[in-house]
Design a binder for this molecule. Structure first.
Ligand code: CA
Ligand code: CA
Length: 111
């Protein structure tokens, strides 16, 4: 995923704060992708439970919102994240396995 983003001059999206998380949720919503998985650049590959941004390695911002009971590292195999929206009101991050055939969002550096 990140390699594909690099080919566009970017990287997997980094949710630096709650506003950016909301921005991504709105993009997913307006693109009508509620039923699809859209990966973010947050991962805990390397150290279970310690989420960081794949590109800059910065740790996850404290104000990002996880949906209820997440991250749960289901089956010990969830080290990537996506935006979960239930279509009504609940939206937040969920950890998920890294090997889905799914969408992902890239971010370009400021010009
Ligand atoms: Ca994990
Ligand atoms: Ca999960």
């Amino acid at each position: 995923m990140n390699e594909r983003c690099k080919s566009y001059g970017g990287y997997l999206i980094e949710l630096n704060d709650k506003d950016e998380e909301k921005f991504m949720q709105d993009m997913v919503f307006s693109a009508n992708l509620l039923s699809e998985i859209v990966y973010t650049g947050l991962t805990d590959l390397g150290l279970e439970g310690h989420f960081y941004h794949y590109h800059t390695k910065k740790p996850i911002a404290s104000d990002l919102y996880w949906i209820e009971r997440q991250p749960d590292n289901y089956k010990g195999n969830e080290h990537c994240t996506h935006v979960f929206i239930d279509g009504i009101q609940t939206a937040g991050l969920n950890d998920i396995d890294c090997h889905r055939t799914a969408r992902y969002m890239c971010e370009l550096p400021p010009q």
